[in-house]
Structure formats: structure tokens, C-alpha cells
Design a protein. Structure first.
Length: 67
């Protein structure tokens, strides 16, 4: 059964790295080597977005082949 919500905990390592829990990686099909965009707002927090989501959005704003 595929879930559409997940809550997990990650610790920040000595180098400032975090591990995205397996359940979240599976949910968003995050694979080794994928790029993740980090969006930050001091009042609202941090959001992680796969870079392809932004690429898809930019393709809609700037369709290929148009100048």
C-alpha cells in the first residue's frame, strides 16, 4: 500500500549532512546522485524539492523552442 504522508526524524551529522529516510526517498523516487533544491524561509522553515520539479515548472514558463 502506497502512503501519501510520512513523518520521520533525521539527525544532522558533523559535516552538516542529513539522511533522507528511506520511506521519503521511496515516496519521491529519490535516487543516489539526484539533485535536491533546498528552499529556506526563516519564519516557515526548510523545504526540499527534487530539481526536476523546478525544471518541469521552468519548462512550462519558458517552453522549449520559443525565443
Amino acid at each position: 500500500m502506497e502512503r501519501d504522508k510520512f513523518v520521520g526524524i533525521s539527525k544532522v551529522g558533523e559535516k552538516g549532512q542529513i539522511v533522507i529516510p528511506k520511506e521519503a526517498r521511496d515516496m519521491f523516487d529519490i535516487k543516489p546522485g539526484d539533485s535536491i533544491i533546498v528552499l529556506c524561509d526563516k519564519a516557515q522553515g526548510i523545504a526540499l524539492v527534487k530539481s526536476e520539479v523546478i525544471e518541469d515548472l521552468s519548462d512550462k514558463i519558458f517552453p522549449k523552442g520559443e525565443k
